[in-house]
Design a protein around this ligand. Structure first.
Ligand SMILES: [Zn+2]
Length: 109
């Protein structure tokens, strides 16, 4: 497990640094934890995102999708039309990544 965590610790800051200027948001803090039902979560007030350790076993574009998804919550809290529009703008192929993740036993996201 520690190898997976190490991998994510390397990849996540790079992805956050890549997307912050594109999305014009600031992530104050981030972390990795094992979650049973979610790929990631976002604490909007603290501007902190949590990523599921299981993402280390997924393709890099899947990890990137979850990072962008959680960062998009800093712009829009809900999963409504505005959120979808943001995802379409920043990551036009996001549904492809989402479908790939949803084929995993972890379930829907
Ligand atoms: Zn979400």
């Amino acid at each position: 497990m520690s190898w997976y965590r190490q991998q994510l610790k390397q990849d996540i800051p790079q992805l956050i640094a890549k997307w912050e200027p594109i999305m014009n948001v600031q992530v104050e803090d981030w972390g990795i934890k094992q979650m049973k039902t979610k790929w990631g979560t976002c604490n909007i007030r603290a501007k902190r995102i949590w990523l599921n350790l299981e993402l280390a076993k997924k393709a890099k574009h899947c990890l990137e999708y979850v990072v962008v998804h959680e960062m998009a919550h800093l712009l829009e809290r809900s999963h409504g039309d505005r959120f979808v529009a943001l995802m379409n703008k920043f990551m036009p192929n996001w549904r492809f990544c989402k479908d790939e993740l949803n084929r995993s036993p972890l379930g829907n996201y």
